[in-house]
Design a protein around this ligand. Structure first.
Ligand code: TRP
Length: 329
C-alpha cells in the first residue's frame, strides 16, 4: 500500500468543541498510524480574515498547538507547525491566485455565509481564503485532506486548481482528495439538535467546549433538549436523543446497539448523566495534558520550531518547482 500524505489545519479562533474533537481532532491522531505521513497546522493566517485582537490571536495560536498535542498528535512523527511560520504557503498562494477565477471563488458557500455574517468587513482575504487553503495542501503534495463538510468545497477547489495548473504547466501538483470522518462527523448542538454543534453558537449551553470543567459538562448535558418519547432509542426524527446516543458511543467505543441496550428501561435523566460521565472521562485526560504542555514554554516552542523547519524544507521543494514551471526562476 502506498502511504498517504495527509495535511489538515484548524483556525485558532476559540476553543474547539466536543464536536470538533470527535469529528476531527481525534481522527487526526488515528491517521498518524497505518504508515501515513501527516502534517498538521494551526491556520493563523486564515484567522486574519475576521477582525481579531492581536494578543488574543497570539495566545490562542499557542493554545491550539498545545491542544493538538494533547489530543495525541505526536510531533516526533508528524510535523506540527503554525501556518505563518512557513512562508512558502503565502508565496504559493499568490501564484495559485493567478490561476483561480473570480467566478470559482464567488461560488464558495463559506464566502457567501461569512460575507453575510460580517457585512461590515467583506475583505479580499475572506474572498481568497480558499486559495491560501489550496496552497496549504498543494505545497506538501498531500493526497488526503481530512475536513468536515463545511470545508469539502474548498478541497474540491484545490483539486481543480491543481488539475488546471498541471494541464497548463506540466505535472506539478498531487491532486488532493477530501476525507470525511466516518463517524461522529455531525455532533449536533445540545439546545438545537437539528444543527451542528458550533463554538460560535450564541447559547453556550448548546456546545461543550473541549476545556469545559466537568461540572459544566454535567450541567450542559442535563439541560440538553430531548423529546417526550417514553423509551430511549435511535430513531428517525429523534434528533436530541440520537445525538446523545451518538456522543455516548463516540466516547465509550460502544456500538449503537450496545448503547441502546445500556439504556433499556431508563429515562433521559440516566442517559444524560451517563453521557456526561463518558464525555468527562474522555476529555479530562486531554485537558490535563493540555495544561501541562502549555505551561512548558520551552518544549512547545521547540516542537513548533522543529515542525516549521521540517515543513518548510518540504514546501520549498514544491515552491522551487512551481516558480520554475511558471517562469520566474
Ligand atoms: N479552513 C479550515 C477551517 O476553517 C482550516 C484550514 C486552513 C485547513 N487550511 C487548511 C483545513 C488546509 C484543511 C487543509 O476549518
Amino acid at each position: 500500500m502506498d502511504k498517504n500524505i495527509i495535511l489538515s489545519g484548524i483556525k485558532p479562533t476559540g476553543i474547539p468543541t466536543l464536536g470538533n474533537y470527535i469529528g476531527a481532532l481525534r481522527n487526526w491522531n488515528l491517521m498518524q498510524q497505518d504508515g501515513n505521513y501527516c502534517y498538521y497546522m494551526v491556520a493563523d493566517l486564515h484567522a486574519l480574515t475576521v477582525r481579531n485582537d492581536p494578543d488574543e490571536l497570539r495566545s490562542q495560536t499557542r493554545s491550539m498547538a498545545a491542544l493538538l498535542i494533547a489530543c495525541g498528535i505526536d510531533p516526533e512523527r508528524s510535523p506540527l507547525f503554525i501556518q505563518s511560520h512557513v512562508h512558502q504557503h503565502a508565496e504559493l498562494s499568490w501564484v495559485l491566485g493567478c490561476t483561480t477565477y473570480m467566478g470559482e471563488l464567488n461560488r464558495m458557500t463559506q464566502f457567501k455565509d461569512k460575507a453575510a455574517k460580517h457585512a461590515d468587513n467583506i475583505n479580499a482575504g475572506l474572498f481568497t481564503y480558499p486559495v491560501l487553503m489550496a496552497a496549504d495542501i498543494l505545497v506538501y503534495g498531500a493526497n488526503q485532506v481530512p475536513v468536515g463538510d463545511d470545508q469539502k468545497q474548498h478541497v474540491e477547489l484545490a483539486r481543480n486548481i491543481a488539475i488546471r495548473f498541471n494541464n497548463a504547466f506540466g505535472e506539478t501538483f498531487v491532486v488532493p482528495e477530501p476525507v470525511m470522518p466516518k463517524f461522529g462527523a455531525r455532533i449536533m448542538g445540545l439546545q438545537d439538535p437539528e444543527h451542528k454543534m458550533s463554538k460560535t453558537d450564541t447559547n453556550p449551553n448548546s456546545y461543550i467546549s473541549m476545556l469545559d470543567e466537568p461540572a459544566a459538562i454535567t450541567k450542559k448535558f442535563k439541560k440538553a433538549v430531548t423529546d417526550c418519547e417514553p423509551t430511549i432509542a435511535y430513531a428517525e426524527g429523534r434528533h436530541g436523543c440520537n445525538n446523545l446516543l451518538t456522543i455516548y458511543c463516540a466516547c465509550t467505543g460502544k456500538t449503537m446497539d450496545e448503547a441502546v441496550k445500556d439504556f433499556e428501561g431508563c429515562g433521559y435523566g440516566r442517559l444524560k448523566t451517563c453521557v456526561a460521565d463518558a464525555v468527562i472521562a474522555e476529555l479530562e485526560p486531554v485537558q490535563n495534558e493540555y495544561r501541562r504542555i502549555l505551561s512548558d514554554r520551552e518544549y512547545l516552542d521547540g516542537v513548533l520550531k522543529k515542525g516549521a523547519d521540517t515543513a518548510s524544507e518540504r514546501a520549498q521543494k514544491t515552491l522551487d518547482l512551481v516558480f520554475e514551471r511558471v517562469g520566474i526562476r
